[in-house]
Structure formats: C-alpha cells, structure tokens
Design a protein. Structure first.
Ligand code: F0G
Length: 460
C-alpha cells in the first residue's frame, strides 16, 4: 500500500448535520440480546457509529439534493430516466439501460435471462445476493478467483484477479455452452474489498472471447477499483479514474449495478448491456419484477440523484478522500497489531476473526461474536462476513466453510470524519485486549434465504 505522506482533507464542507446519540453499555446489552446477537436486527437509534454497510448510507451532495427537486414523476418516459441513461453511457459506456430498485433487482433479471438450469457461472468469489439469484435461476456458482484472495494474510495487491487456469479447467470440464457468462466484481466485497487489475481483466476478455463467453460486470464499486488500479498498476498512474472506469466497462458485455455504493444514492440500481437481445428481454421482464422500463422501481427524483452521483463518483478528489479514509482506519489498526485482511480494502476494513479469536471454532461463529462484542463495547455497528454469510450448499445442505471469517467495518461515503475513525479504532483495540474472554455463539433461528440478515443467536 503506498504511504500517503501529504495530509489530505475531505473535498467538501458540511452543510447539514444529523445528531447521533451514545448509549450506555447496559442499554447496548439489552439491545443486543433483543436483536439475537445479529447487528442487522439492531435499531439504528441504538447505534453510535454505523459501519454496518456502505450501501445506501452515503451522504448526497447539494447538487444531488437539488436534483431530487427536479424529479419528473411521470409513469412513463420521465426526463430523469434519460438523464440517467446519458450518465450511464457517458461514464460507463454501456449502450442500454434498465433501471432497477437496487442491485439485486438487476441480478434477478440477468440471472433469469441468461442462466439455464444446469449452467455454471464462474466468478471472482461469490457475493451473497448475486449467487442466490444465480442459484434460483438453476445455475451453480464456481469460484475462479486467485488463491491469494482466500488468504487474509497475503498482501498480493490484486486479490480480485481471476485465475485463468481455473476458468480454463471449467471450460474444459463443462464446455463453453454451459457457461452463460463469467461474473466479475469490481472490487471483490467478500475478499475484503479487493481490486482486480486491468491486465487481468484484459487477459480474461481475451480468453472469454475465444470461447464466446460473456463477461457480466458487478460494477457496484468500479470507481474504487479504478482508483486502486491507478495507485498500484504499472503504467496506469497518470490516468484519470474516469478513464480507467470506462476502460474496465469496455472489457465487459453488460453490468449489474447497486448504485447505493459508488453512485452515492440511498436507493437505486440498474442493469446495463451492450446486447440488443438481452436488453429486449430485460425490458420485457422488468415490468414483472420492478416496474416500467423507464423507472424500474425508482422515483424520477431517485434517478436524477443517481445520474448526478455517477458523475461525482469518478471525481479524483472524491475517490481519493473516500478510499483515503478507509486506509486511515486500516493503517491505525495495523499499527496497533490488530489482525486485518491485507491489503486494506477500499470500502471497509475487514477484521480477521479467526486470528482475532483463535480459541473460537468456526462452528461457533467467531465473526458474528466479534461483531456483537464491538457493538457492546462502543455502539459501533459492524457486520459478519464469514460462515453465517456464506450460508449452505443448496445440494448438500451443509454449511459452506469459507476460509475467510471476517468482520467488516464498512465506511459510508462522505458521512463520518476522521475523529469517528479514531473512536472506532480505539474500540477495536479495547475489544482486542479483552479477546480471550469472548465466547462463541449458537444459531437459534435460521431463515431460508440469505440467513445472515435475520438469523438469531445465543451465547454459548
Ligand atoms: N454486488 C455487490 C458486490 C454488493 O456489495 C451488493 C450489496 C450487491 C451486489 C447487491 O446490491 O444491495 O443494491 O441489492 N452489498 C451490500 C453490502 C448489501 O452491505 O455489501 P443491493
């Protein structure tokens, strides 16, 4: 990770504030019990600093708020849809746009359209909702990310890269016809917010082209990935992030977007494609699941805020400060000797729960227990990304046992200051000092789908 020697400051000033309250340990104990030791089930009023997710939690700019007032709430053909279409074409280069209420709406559509029962969908590690929709459509996910991505301690800079040999082996085994597309995320959330390199994506494009296989791009955090390419990849250091974003997109055939991350809105997403046939089918299906093809479950004002947010998301000052704040928190924890996933991710810092709580077996949900403990200590809310998130194999019913058992400290964009990051770091340190006294959990309620959202636990 390059060391930033010059101090940097947020490229904005604060125009409006939202007070947050602190709770007592006693209150937090009661709230945590009530929530079944699942941070997703806490009331946000009981949270002090909310690092649950960077999804839909960003602060919009004054320009985005002004855009909200320009909402054209016509049922069909809203002017805001055309602004959004323009932004997607200009900044991402994709030809056709289908708005959706959020990322998983787009994942549902593309999975239904492209995946047939028995198909295999290779990807650079799974994401929870993405894989769930691939499986619901009858496909099975195959992990083709480089081995380094599964090793929290490896400092390989591009842990989002695809291992092309793994993909070739899948093609040899199943045949290219069984692989409707390769699913590529920029950055890879479950690996700890790790980027894929431009070179790897180019090599992947060459291989998939040879076999007539599409690349569908999960572009949720593409600007953050482009920023890391600029920082770390030889020959890319003098380019604009906006240029790199365009090039990444140009190497793929279509994309699903959760605009709640990079694009700085509280709700929204889209499916984009360069293929007319896929577009036509998506335009057909979107009316069943989301809404008409010119709003896809969104208000006109939401589409306007998204169109403006997309432009802001690729600004050099913005992205440097956004990732810079995450690096600031991560470096503080590294200096204090806390085990975190290396390199530091772009949207959050991921604690290595296996190393943090070596005495808690993975069957006792160490990351879930650690997230609960952090909340108890300071009211900082984080999220489990380990065995609970991984869920069960749909064939065998067995728990997936991921190598990575992580707690994600996810930083919303433009919301907290460095002083908040200092408070978070201090809390992690306190919990670490006391780590020997932390015990595991048992699951007492398990929902059928995406269990991490609503599962309930008790202390062992
Ligand atoms: N892909 C990635 C890489 C994501 O991180 C998310 C959401 C989605 C797709 C789905 O998008 O939530 O708009 O339906 N990630 C959130 C998170 C939930 O906290 O990481 P969505």
């Amino acid at each position: 990770m390059p060391i930033q020697r010059e101090p940097w400051a947020e490229p904005y000033k604060i125009k409006m504030v939202e007070p947050i309250t602190m709770t007592t340990r006693q209150q937090r104990e009661a709230a945590l019990k009530e929530a079944g030791y699942n941070t997703f089930l806490l009331h946000s009023d009981d949270v002090y600093i909310d690092l649950l997710t960077d999804s839909g939690t960003s602060a919009m700019s004054d320009r985005q708020w002004a855009g909200m007032m320009l909402g054209d709430e016509a049922y069909a053909g809203s002017r805001n849809f055309y602004h959004l279409e323009e932004a997607v074409q200009k900044y991402y280069g994709y030809k056709h746009l289908i708005p959706t209420h959020q990322g998983r709406g787009a994942e549902n559509l593309i999975s239904r359209i492209l995946i047939k029962p028995g198909d295999v969908v290779p990807g650079n590690m799974y994401f929870t909702t993405t894989r769930a929709h691939q499986e619901l459509a009858g496909g099975s996910f195959a992990d083709i990310i480089v081995d380094e991505a599964h090793d929290a301690k490896s400092t390989f800079p591009f842990k989002g890269n695809v291992d092309l040999k793994k993909l070739q082996a899948l093609i040899d085994k199943h045949g290219a016809k069984k692989i409707p597309y390769v699913s590529i995320a920029t950055t890879v959330n479950m690996a700890g917010g790790q980027p894929i390199s431009l070179q790897n994506l180019k090599d992947l494009r060459a291989l998939t082209k040879k076999h007539g296989i599409r690349i569908i791009h999960d572009m949720t955090r593409v600007a953050e990935n482009a920023y890391m390419i600029k920082q770390l990849e030889k020959g890319q250091e003098n380019r604009n992030v906006a240029d790199i974003v365009l090039e990444i997109c140009s190497l793929t055939d279509g994309a699903t977007m959760s605009a709640k991350k990079d694009a700085l809105v509280n709700i929204g997403g889209f499916l984009a494609t360069n293929e007319w046939d896929v577009f036509e089918e998506a335009r057909n299906q979107v009316v069943l699941y989301e809404g008409l093809h010119t709003y896809g479950g969104l208000a006109g004002r939401d589409m306007e805020a998204m169109a403006i947010g997309i432009g802001e998301s690729v600004g050099e000052d913005h992205i440097r400060a956004r990732v810079g704040q995450v690096l600031y928190l991560g470096n503080k924890l590294i200096e204090a000797g806390i085990p975190i996933v290396l390199p530091i991710g772009t949207h959050g810092v991921f604690l290595d729960a296996k190393a943090f709580l070596p005495h808690v077996p993975q069957t006792a949900y160490p990351a879930q227990a650690l997230a609960a403990e952090l909340y108890l200590d300071s009211g900082v809310r984080t999220m489990e990304r380990g065995v609970v998130s991984a869920g069960r194999n749909k064939e065998t019913g067995e728990d997936y046992m991921p190598e990575l058992e992580l707690v994600r400290l996810t930083v919303p964009r433009r919301v907290y200051t460095q002083a908040h990051m200092d408070v978070v770091a201090a809390s992690v340190l306190r919990v670490y000092e006391n780590h020997k006294n932390i015990t595991g959990l048992k699951m007492v309620y398990e929902p059928k789908y995406l269990r991490f959202f609503q599962a309930r636990f008790e202390k062992i």
